[in-house]
Design a protein around this ligand. Sequence first.
Ligand code: IPD
Ligand code: CA
Ligand code: CA
Length: 262
Amino acid sequence: MEFLEAAKEAALAAGQVLEEWAGKFTVSEKGPADLVTEADVAAQNAIVSVLQPRFPQHGFLGEEGLRHAAGVGDFRWIIDPLDGTTNYVHRFPYYAVSIALEQAGELVAGVIYDPSKRELFAARRGAGATLNNQPLQTSRFQRLRDAMVIASFPPNAKSDSSPLKRFLHVINHAQTVHRSGSAALNLAYVAAGRLDGYWSTSLKAWDMAAGVLIAREAGGRATRMDGSLLDLAIPDILCTNGTALHEELSLRLGEVESGTAP
Ligand code: IPD
Ligand code: CA
Ligand code: CA
């Protein structure tokens, strides 16, 4: 319980930092179309200043150059201080703070905070998921043709790349397909039943860790795209509402891989 409460406190502090920086940040490119601002770094600092004094023996992995091995025990915080930087830069209100805690490689707590809507998604392993303290449940749409699904692309994705081919193939079979710019919120929205499925082959552990736990605790399922065991170190995720939609979406995505997509 103390871990989740600390993560919530850290996420709210980071969210406040993001809103304070809005309108005054400057933008740099880490790579082509891969943006970072002072707000990313300031938000990460805010998170660390809440968590590190409380858990000095824990390890830390954060997107903005944060790497600390665990002292005693196997705890590690996995942090994306601002997921959706491109949206943030354009003032498109779909970005979030993402904080997860793993113990010996198992996700035990996760928090995603959307400061634009003041929505705090949270989960503790085995205890369900919540949005602003109200229980969450995934949607029940079972067929792709009834589903609203979403994908993430790598920054600077090209029109002839596999992620775009998958996107275009799924468009032929789903009710609606979106791209939004925040992996963490996509996963939180699957948990909340606002989206039915999500996939990506470009994520890092900090993009998905908290969202995976929140989605699973809300009844969702997260695997690799072919249905095998998810590994946060490998950029390959399919997360759905946990119905038969998972197998159908996995099949459609696989058709692009195997070259059997019409
Ligand atoms: C990005 C977002 C985006 C995904 C990219 C990520 P960032 O994270 O999650 O949805 O498509 O692969 O890098 O850079 O905004 O933290
Ligand atoms: Ca991210
Ligand atoms: Ca980020």
